[in-house]
Design a protein around this ligand. Structure first.
Ligand code: PLP
Length: 412
């Protein structure tokens, strides 16, 4: 017998199978609304102008080589990335309470954080990896990543399907009733897949409850700047929690906000509490050394090219300003599509309320279409996952009318 004899076939990733069905469809009407990657007003992949410029500068740099980076990554990149999410004026940075490692994009950062918690976090005297609470629903890769690190997974309520809104009372109640010192995974902004975020006042309530319960916040930040167009506004939840003095961590991705998906540029940040009794630098040395050991075992050291490009943008004021402008272009087009989609559905008198489309934020909209309706959409050459989530970036003024008419038909 061979090892391979006993290996069952794994289920296909549901999202990627929708995308491949799109590619196989010869129709010229087809629309891909599955994958969370930005497309411009013509439906084309968009390389951010600032990324093109920075990449050209890296290519011309005689100092640039393909040498290995240190295990923890490119320091000028991780230092700048930390300021992007926590803010240049962050107390945690000034008090040197943060340790950061460059990772294989957001996925790698989630993975590293999950491994660390699985190995070292033993709340309430129980000698096994802690349960991590994720929103229901959440990004479909979260359970897979966390499960790989042997973290048991539980959910907190999030989406109120009847009202297509946030079930804040349910969310708060579930987080409040989780055992003390639980790990709570929070989407920093532009929740995937629902597109619904807590309001600033609700974030404050969540922070208070989490402080009372001594929970540990694990932020997933995959869309900073992409949601509202403002890096600061999209980091408000993270910065609020940091200002409460939590010990917490952040998985930060530059895939979407730099449109640099395949280069795998990300960062993991671990922040110690200002209330720590032990010496901060000694603590960070211990934590950082263990994170480095895990990183060494997983990837040895992170990829160099994309980090150089992003680092140049973050550390050059003119390029940083251009990046901010590119973010406004992407988020502005998406907001415009949300408005147009809602207006056109309302003009057609498509049954139902469509306000949620403009209330939601970020790359995705949870349309509320049922599985059956999504399958009917596929017959009209419109490809979306069966949970009714659409990537707003796949819509543009050329295909919107066709999309709206199809949606109107399947809803009636
Ligand atoms: N977290 C969420 C919620 C996401 O939607 C994504 C990407 O789709 C990621 C993390 C990680 O993406 P990447 O590994 O490409 O940075």
């Amino acid at each position: 017998t061979f090892i391979s004899d006993t290996v069952p076939e794994a289920p296909q990733d549901p999202l990627f199978s929708v995308t491949s069905a799109f590619y196989d469809d010869p129709s010229d009407k087809k629309i891909d609304l599955s994958i969370g990657a930005y497309r411009d007003g013509k439906g084309k992949v968009w390389v951010l102008p600032v990324v093109k410029k920075a990449a050209a500068l890296v290519a011309l740099d005689p100092e640039y080589t393909h040498e290995y980076l240190p295990i923890t990554g490119l320091v000028e990149f991780t230092d700048a990335a930390r300021k992007v999410c926590l803010g240049a004026e962050s107390g945690a940075i000034k008090e040197r309470r943060v340790t950061s490692l460059q990772t294989v994009s957001g996925t790698g950062a989630l993975h590293l954080g999950a491994l660390f918690l699985s190995k070292f976090y033993r709340p309430n005297g129980i000698d096994k990896p802690p349960t991590i609470y994720v929103s229901s629903p959440t990004w479909s890769n979260h359970p897979q990543i966390l499960g790989l690190a042997h973290l048991p997974i539980a959910t907190y309520r999030y989406f109120d399907a009847a009202n297509r809104s946030l079930d804040f009372a349910g969310m708060l109640a579930d987080i409040a009733s989780a055992p003390p010192k639980s790990v709570i995974l929070l989407h920093a902004c532009a929740h995937n897949p629902t597109g619904i975020d807590p309001s600033p006042a609700q974030w404050k309530q969540l922070a208070s409850v989490m402080a009372e319960r001594h929970h540990f916040a694990f932020f997933d930040s995959a869309y900073q700047g992409f949601a509202s167009g403002s890096l600061d506004r999209d980091a408000a939840a993270i910065r609020l929690f940091a200002s409460y003095g939590f010990e917490m961590c952040i998985a930060q991705s530059f895939a979407k906000n730099c449109g640099i998906y395949g280069q795998r540029v990300g960062c993991f940040h671990f922040i110690t509490s200002p209330a720590l009794d032990a010496d901060v630098q000694d603590t960070l040395t211990r934590v950082g050394s263990q994170l480095a050991l895990l990183q060494r075992a997983c990837i040895s050291n992170p990829p160099v090219y994309g980090a150089r490009v992003v680092s140049l943008i973050l550390n050059t004021p003119e390029l940083f300003d251009e990046w901010a402008e590119d973010l406004r272009v992407m988020s502005g087009r998406i907001l415009h599509m949300r408005q147009q989609l809602r207006i056109r559905l309302e003009q057609l008198g498509t049954p139902g309320s469509w306000q949620h489309i403009t209330d939601q934020i970020g790359m995705f909209s949870f349309t509320g279409l049922t599985e059956e309706q999504c399958l009917l959409m596929q017959r009209a050459h419109i490809y979306m996952p069966l949970n009714g989530r659409i990537s707003m970036a796949g819509l543009n003024l050329e295909n919107l009318e066709y999309f709206v008419r199809a949606m109107d038909r399947v809803v009636r």
